[in-house]
Design a protein around this ligand. Structure first.
Ligand code: AMP
Length: 402
């Protein structure tokens, strides 16, 4: 036991939301978790879980500072006050670390200023992350606050993978390069795969498909990320809930010059009105699947585009890696949607992928192999746990602090 043993309050602040968990980094258990939504609106909600009980409230929450006050209030009223939760540090998810941050860092004034400055690269995320940090520093001023960056795991991408083929001076001046996102998830999941397969991590060539509302893929060689599908922002790559992923930049120009959309309208269209929502009007993958099963042609096309993009990227990443030992699915869709996994794996038969039909249908919270023993590539499902990963990084930072 070190004196720093204890729990970590993990915060993930979005522009109008705040997710929180108190996690024991040693056991992976969480004591409480909650979600505050519609911050800044009259009809904000707080959903809090403790000891198997769910509490739901509608409240007025002006900003993230008030959201954290509400969190402490609901904790006290439901049986575990923040002061009694054994919290030794706070871990913050920060989306963009830019070129300067790859490893998790202790937040000080300089770090906070840099996180804010990086708002130019992640306008939807970094300002909210910074606001969350400041609000948390106010309620826990004597605790260490650690920033864990979504881009961090991808700091190892080789230049050939992260460089955009545009004017080099302009790219340098504006820090335009591929950074990658969901790094905490890709790192956590890819570390579970060798444990699951009993394989040597140093020799494993992996592809991880993080398929949630946002979606990204990574190629990992011996534990080191060598490719990922998101770019300077989380817009590039796979088809997502409300983002379409790869698109010819010429189409963006066309939307402006010919369709007459302004920059902000195009931003909204690409971030919030594309992907599964744009193609089929479905806000949730479960709704899309119901319509696919009912034979709806628009929904079926959206599903096919989604799967096609995955298959295309897996082929490309297999080439980048020079072969692949394991393809792993994670996040909401990847963990729960057997139809997506089956459709992707069917088209990977040329690679020697053989999905176990019964294994693929099993629902479980545990990491599992869903390919047959004869499959030349292991297909795995590993539930992601970004909060645990952030909690573990946080204690590692405070344990190594002087
Ligand atoms: P995430 O961003 O990881 O929370 O994932 C959200 C996405 O996962 C949404 O599109 C959900 O429809 C999908 N999802 C979550 N649970 C399920 C489930 N049980 N079956 C199918 N899709 C699910």
């Amino acid at each position: 036991m070190t004196q720093r043993d204890g729990n970590v309050l993990v915060l993930n602040a979005g522009s109008s939301s705040l997710k929180y968990q108190i996690v024991d980094p040693a056991t992976g258990e969480h004591l409480v978790k909650g979600l505050i939504e519609r911050i800044g609106h009259d009809n904000a909600t707080i959903t809090h879980e403790y000891d198997g009980e769910k509490t739901h409230r509608e409240v007025t929450i002006a900003d993230h500072a008030v959201a954290l006050e509400q969190m402490t209030e609901v904790m006290s009223e439901t049986g575990l006050a923040l002061a009694d939760a054994g919290v030794v540090a706070v871990g913050h998810r920060v989306v963009h670390g830019g070129r300067n941050f790859s490893d998790p860092v202790l937040v000080d004034e300089r770090v906070l200023a840099e996180i804010k400055r990086l708002g130019t690269l992640a306008p939807l995320h970094n300002p909210a992350n910074a606001t969350g940090i400041e609000a948390a520093q106010r309620i826990l001023p004597d605790h260490a606050h650690v920033a864990v960056f979504d881009t961090g795991f991808f700091a190892t991408l080789p230049p050939a993978a992260y460089t955009y083929a545009i004017d080099a001076a302009l790219a340098k001046e504006h820090a335009l390069r591929r950074y990658g996102f969901h790094g905490t998830s890709h790192e956590y999941v890819s570390a579970r795969v060798p444990e699951l397969l009993g394989a040597d991590p140093a020799s494993l060539k992996q592809i991880v498909c993080h398929l949630g509302n946002g979606a990204s893929m990574s190629a990992i060689d011996g534990g080191r990320a060598v490719e990922t599908s998101m770019g300077v922002t989380p817009l590039e790559g796979l088809v997502m809930g409300t983002r379409g992923g790869d698109i010819d930049p010429g189409a963006v120009l066309h939307l402006n010059r010919v369709a007459g959309l302004g920059v902000d309208e195009i931003d909204t269209l690409l971030n919030r009105g594309s992907g599964i929502l744009g193609m089929a009007g479905a806000t949730d993958f479960r709704d899309l699947m119901e319509r696919v099963e009912a034979g709806d042609e628009t929904a079926t096309l959206a599903f096919d585009v989604y799967v096609h993009r995955l298959v295309k990227y897996i082929g490309a990443y297999t080439s980048v890696l020079g072969g692949v030992d394991a393809v792993t699915f994670t996040a909401g869709v990847g963990e729960n949607n057997a139809a997506v996994r089956a459709a992707v794996c069917e088209r990977l038969a040329w690679l020697g992928v053989e999905l176990g039909e019964a294994a693929n249908e099993v629902r479980s919270d545990n990491p599992r192999v869903v390919s047959t023993p004869a499959s030349k590539v292991a297909v795995c499902v590993v539930p992601t746990n970004e909060e645990l990963a952030i909690a573990q990084h946080t204690v590692a930072v405070i344990d190594s602090a002087p």
